[in-house]
Structure formats: structure tokens, C-alpha cells
Design a protein around this ligand. Structure first.
Ligand code: NAP
Ligand code: ZN
Length: 364
């Protein structure tokens, strides 16, 4: 049986806030805008939303302390500020980091919980409404029920899942991504590509969503390199943002797999961006999974008009140069974290520790 459940009101396209922003009117009286240091300002999204709030005669506060791979401490501070300011909904603006932080703050404030308690779904009874405005084309967090945080004490990434944190409204405007650097454009698009592929890899794969998967992957493979050459082309930005939105819808239904869990330690240990961590292992994961999901992947390559080898060449041409040498100690230290991560339940078959180690050994 397949099911689609997506309780997010999605407005996709240029000037989405100007055209449809009034739809937030009934969400509450005082939002807290949750964002990073720079990007919401640089890309114009913060100005669009503050103008809207002023026109709607709404007070608001801004919490712009969220950094990449958001830290639990930042969330705790945001929860405190939200409660003190008597806010009643959040507006997350940014890449996946501010959007995930916005979700955690809305949930933490509603239930008066913080820190490790955020991961305990038994303590999640309600959540303040969430508005999501993505400024990267990658995570699809604007349409997922996930929040991924970083536990700095344990030096590891940990997420939680709850339908309560699905945003109520998402404004997805490709023009906000024009200011992305070439590297963030590439890395985040590769994150979206991972999500789309994982919709085929996952043992929770959902055939109703296959058209989005095939279309989304096609958009990235056919247009990403062109976009990297023409970063201000909003039509190309729109294609990649659509793929990212599709990727979010895919993982909201099928979850992620080893493709993601194997990359988390590469981010915490070597500082690889989330998308790059997915990208460097992508062909090894595909090679591992291929025999188990040959039909789905062959169908994909038919849609793309390329062979698996052509796909690998295309990946190589994106030039994932990075400074990373993996030692045995790292593997021994992190293997348990990978094996125990919740995404492992979604693999197409039971993956052994030797198979995971063999992928890490590619980077010795
Ligand atoms: P990000 O960490 O949100 O942002 C990366 C960098 O890009 C930051 O320096 C940010 O600046 C900058 N930036 C963002 N938008 C920009 C714009 N329009 N113009 C210029 N610079 C911009 O990157 P991300 O890849 O989107 O998010 C990664 C996080 O999402 C990871 O923690 C990952 O685990 C998580 N994730 C969540 C889900 C989910 O479903 N919840 C799915 C996949 C991944 P500022 O610091 O100024 O903002
Ligand atoms: Zn991801």
C-alpha cells in the first residue's frame, strides 16, 4: 500500500511571498523569525517577510544566531527568546540549518522542553505553527517532518521526526537562491539528488512518488552544470529548486538511508558540508545498492538517457575535491554511530559493517 501525506501549504514560484504571503495572517499574532547571520538579508527573503508583517500590522522579533549544522545550545537560546518575547509562531528563513532550528524552537517552546528532551517524542504534545522559506535548493526541509541538530558534546548529528513539525506554509521562491555561492549551489543540489535517489533505495519506497523522483533527478542531471555556469539565471534556479522540493517530499515519505548516515561523521569530523558528504560517497552507495534495486535504477537511467557509467562520469565532472584522509581510528570510532543511526532501518537490505567500512576505505 502506498500513501501520500503532506500537510504543507506550498507556494512555489517567483515572488511567492508578494503574491500569497497574506496566507500567514491567521497563524498567530507575533512571529519569531529564525534565521542565519547573513543569507536571509542578502537574498532578500527577510525584507520580503518583514514588509509583509508590517503591512499586516504584526509585531515580530528576529533570532539570527543559527549557524550551519545547528547546535542544540542555539536552539535552547532560541526557545528562551521565543517564550520571553511571547511569540506564537515561527518563520524560518534559510537553508536547512535555520529551517531545522525553527522547527526545533517551535516544538521546544510549545512543550517547554529543551536540549536532549527534544529528541524524546513522548514529550512532544504540540507545536507552534511553522512557516518555512528556503534559501538553498537542497534539503527540502520546508516540506519534511524532520529536524537535524548537532550535539556538540557528543560531536554528532542527531535528528528527530514528528509530523507536528511539518511547516504549515512554505514559500519556495527560486530568486532567493541566486545569491548562493557556486559551492553551496553544487553541494545543496547534490543533497537534493541524494534525497531523490534514496526514494528508490529506501525499503519504504513509494511508487506514487516515482514520477517526482525521476523528474527531479532529470532536472538536476540535465541542468545543474548549466546553472553553475549561469548562476543568475532564475529559470535554471527554478528547475533546481523544484528538484529540491521534490526531494523533500520524497524523504518525507521514504526517509533517508545509509547514503545519509555514512556522511554525518564526515561533516562533524572533517567539516564537509551536508551535501558534499552525500556526494563523495554517492557512487559507492549506488554500486552497493544496485543489485538490489536494479529495475528501479535501470528505469531511472532510461529516463535520463544515460548509462550508470555515464552517471558516474557526470558525478566525477562535478569535481568533489576535498581535504579528507580517513584513518582506521576514525572508522572504528564512528562505525557504531553509523550502524545505530535510524536511517539504517530504511536500507534496501541489511548492510554489514564490512560493507560500510569498505566505503570509508575508499578515502584512506
Ligand atoms: P545551511 O547550513 O542552511 O547553509 C549553508 C550556508 O549557505 C550558510 O553559510 C548560509 O549562510 C548560506 N546560505 C544559505 N542561503 C543562502 C543564500 N540564499 N545566499 C547566500 N548564502 C546562503 O545549508 P543547507 O545545505 O541548506 O542545510 C544543511 C542542513 O540541513 C544540515 O544540518 C542537514 O543535516 C540538514 N538537513 C535537513 C533535512 C530535513 O528534512 N530537515 C534534510 C536534509 C538536510 P547563513 O549562515 O547566513 O544562513
Ligand atoms: Zn540531506
Amino acid at each position: 500500500m502506498n500513501r501520500i501525506y503532506l500537510p504543507v501549504d506550498i507556494y512555489f514560484g517567483e515572488n511567492a511571498i508578494a503574491q500569497s504571503g497574506d496566507n500567514i495572517f491567521n497563524l498567530g499574532h507575533k512571529p519569531m523569525i529564525v534565521t542565519g547571520r547573513q543569507s536571509a538579508k542578502v537574498c532578500g527573503a527577510e525584507e520580503d517577510i518583514t514588509k509583509l508583517l508590517e503591512r499586516l500590522d504584526r509585531e515580530f522579533v528576529i533570532y539570527n544566531e543559527v549557524t550551519e549544522n545547528p547546535k542544540i545550545e542555539t536552539i535552547n537560546q532560541g526557545i528562551k527568546y521565543f517564550i520571553e518575547s511571547q511569540c506564537d509562531y515561527v518563520i524560518g528563513i534559510g537553508g536547512g540549518s535555520p529551517l531545522d532550528a525553527a522547527k526545533a524552537i517551535a516544538l521546544g517552546a510549545a512543550n517547554h522542553i529543551e536540549g536532549d528532551q527534544l529528541f524524546d517524542t513522548k514529550l512532544h504534545e504540540k507545536c507552534y505553527p511553522i512557516v518555512a522559506i528556503p534559501t538553498t535548493s537542497g534539503t527540502g526541509s520546508e516540506v519534511t517532518q524532520y529536524s537535524v541538530l548537532t550535539d556538540t558534546k557528543a560531536n554528532k548529528k542527531a535528528g528527530f521526526t514528528n509530523p507536528l513539525i511539518f511547516p504549515i506554509v512554505a514559500f519556495v521562491d527560486p530568486k532567493y537562491t541566486i545569491s548562493l555561492s557556486q559551492k553551496v549551489t553544487r553541494d545543496t543540489a547534490i543533497d537534493a539528488l541524494s534525497h531523490l535517489l534514496e526514494g528508490l533505495y529506501s525499503n519504504r519506497r513509494n511508487q506514487l512518488i516515482y514520477p517526482m523522483i525521476y523528474d527531479g533527478i532529470k532536472l538536476i542531471v540535465h541542468h545543474l552544470k548549466d546553472l553553475l555556469l549561469h548562476p543568475t539565471n532564475v529559470k535554471l534556479r527554478e528547475k533546481i529548486m523544484k528538484a529540491s522540493l521534490y526531494g523533500g517530499i520524497v524523504i518525507a515519505h521514504s526517509g533517508t538511508t545509509l547514503q545519509h548516515s555514512i556522511g554525518y561523521p564526515l561533516t562533524t569530523e572533517f567539516g564537509l558540508s551536508h551535501g558534499l558528504a552525500n556526494g563523495v560517497v554517492m557512487k559507492y552507495i549506488m554500486e552497493l545498492y544496485y543489485p538490489a534495486i536494479k529495475d528501479e535504477l535501470d528505469e531511472l537511467f532510461l529516463h535520463l538517457g544515460m548509462s550508470k557509467e555515464d552517471f558516474y562520469k557526470w558525478l566525477d565532472s562535478l569535481d568533489f575535491s576535498f581535504d579528507m584522509k580517513i584513518h582506521d581510528d576514525f572508522i572504528e570510532d564512528k562505525i557504531l554511530e553509523v550502524v545505530q543511526s535510524r536511517n539504517m532501518a530504511n536500507n534496501p537490505f541489511t548492510v554489514s559493517t564490512t560493507q560500510i567500512k569498505n566505503i570509508y576505505y575508499q578515502f584512506k
